[in-house]
Design a protein around this ligand. Structure first.
Ligand SMILES: Cc1cc2nc3c(=O)[nH]c(=O)nc-3n(C[C@H](O)[C@H](O)[C@H](O)COP(=O)(O)OP(=O)(O)OC[C@H]3O[C@@H](n4cnc5c(N)ncnc54)[C@H](O)[C@@H]3O)c2cc1C
Length: 416
């Protein structure tokens, strides 16, 4: 019996119906068990999250740990992870179902914050971490008892990952960390950071390590950054001055951090896209409903062909993106490298999200411009997707590299 089944008897009706329209359904083999998992996710969202989202957005914070604990108790923060480490031991298609249902949260900040834990800080730890590190950081993260954050971007640049400057110098059995991380989601409430830092001399792709850094240590300070959207999750600048952590906190092999992080980015990008793709379907659906109700010139505005065609076109784009994503998922489940597909999906998803939220908002008229409507929050939150997790330009750079378009002599950031 799965852990999530304890909620299965409770009635819910917000499962993502669009999932069932994809021709790639068979590759993913969604079953009744996936539906049960979807219901469990939605139960938590409806009871423990959505009633409070407006308040949390206004307060510009939300109780990370309390929310994570709800998902952790249902086993949802480690769906694909080994039961030995508190996971559910299920295949990635169940995680896809989870990510899709996260789109029912009434803001993007909380799904993003959760995905930091499930798809950004823990994949490398699970793949390469020592038994001791897994017990200390992975198990409590799966349980929702610890909040994690990912420290890659820095003040002087986020796209050029190879040239970050934060150092973790080895002194005996310890690492002494000096530097800073920027734009860190979950930074204020985080218990530990999966940090990319320079740990030794050598070329930029071989001199860095991923390190589990507890955040309640002397020498660590942080500032919350005010952002245009994603208001209720922390976006943070964190400084490290002579911070000491055990050298055994390095994940896997020393010097492999850059490579591990490039792999970890693929989990991050797929997850972000999966939730955003379902969210877009939701915005289109909600906008169509509004247009059926709203009247102008004596009839519902949905009767204008311009509106019908715009929504129909957006829906088509969303289905095309979903097909690309499911293709990537099917390949990932077969153990193939999905860097190119994940990169293409991230590029397309960031751009489409901007288009969907902007065009849908237009049909809400003045209501759309009001801060109170979800569509205006979606537009503000969604703008980040073309930046966070790698910008559109960096995605284009990677795709160009795969296509063999980069001149060999020109330096660029395509290795991200
Ligand atoms: C809401 C939010 C949350 C985030 N959360 C995290 C987090 O939790 N952890 C973390 O580590 N980071 C996080 N980030 C940081 C994010 O990953 C970076 O902002 C992103 O990688 C871009 O880096 P940058 O902001 O330094 O921009 P820069 O690297 O300075 O780039 C500025 C502009 O130049 C363009 N550019 C750069 N190089 C090239 C090139 N070779 N060709 C063409 N154009 C180029 C970029 O595309 C961009 O448009 C977050 C960002 C946001 C907005």
């Amino acid at each position: 019996m799965f852990k999530f089944s304890k909620f299965a008897s409770l009635s819910l009706n917000k499962c993502s119906k669009e999932v069932h329209t994809s021709s790639l359904l068979n590759a993913l083999r969604f079953t009744q068990e996936h539906d049960e998992l979807r219901k469990t996710v939605n139960k938590i969202i409806e009871k423990d999250i959505n009633p409070y989202v407006d308040k949390w957005e206004e307060q510009r914070t939300y109780p990370n740990r309390e929310v994570f604990k709800k998902f952790g108790d249902a086993g949802l923060l480690g769906i694909t992870r080994s039961t030995k480490y508190g996971g559910l031991g299920l295949d990635y298609s169940f995680h896809v179902a989870f990510l899709e249902e996260l789109s029912n949260v009434n803001c993007a900040a909380i799904p993003n914050s959760i995905m930091v834990q499930t798809d950004m800080t823990t994949p490398a730890l699970e793949r390469f971490g020592s038994e001791e590190l897994k017990q200390e950081f992975l198990v409590p993260s799966h349980a929702g008892e610890m909040v994690s954050c990912i420290g890659v971007s820095e003040n002087q640049g986020g796209s050029d990952v190879a040239n970050i400057i934060t150092k973790a110098e080895r002194k005996g059995d310890e690492l002494i960390i000096n530097g800073g991380k920027m734009w860190t989601t979950n930074g204020v409430q985080g218990d530990w950071m999966c940090m990319l830092a320079i740990t030794r001399e050598g070329p930029p792709h071989k001199n860095k390590s991923l390190i589990c850094v507890p955040l309640k240590l002397p020498g660590i300070t942080c500032n919350k950054i005010q952002t245009m959207g994603n208001n209720c999750c922390d976006t943070t600048e964190i400084f490290f001055e002579d911070v000491r952590v055990p050298a055994k906190n390095i994940i896997g092999e020393e010097g492999m951090g850059f490579i591990y992080q490039m792999q970890q980015f693929q989990d991050e990008r797929l997850a972000l896209c999966m939730t955003a793709c379902s969210a877009m379907a939701r915005y289109i659906r909600d906008t169509a409903d509004y247009c059926k109700e709203r009247k102008a010139f004596g009839y519902p505005i949905i009767q204008n062909q311009a509106i019908q065609f715009t929504l129909a076109e957006l829906q088509t784009e969303v289905e095309a993106l979903k097909a690309l994503l499911y293709c990537a998922v099917a390949k990932k489940m077969e153990g193939e490298d999905v860097t190119l597909l994940a990169t293409m999906a991230k590029l397309k998803c960031g751009r489409l999200l901007r288009e969907v939220t902007d065009k849908c908002l237009q049909f809400w008229g003045g209501m759309g411009y009001s801060s109170d409507t979800l569509i205006s929050r979606a537009l503000r939150d969604g703008r980040a997707l073309s930046i966070a997790g790698g910008t559109d330009e960096i995605m284009l750079n990677i795709i160009s590299k795969f296509m063999g378009l980069l001149p060999k002599s020109k330096p660029n950031a395509s290795k991200c």
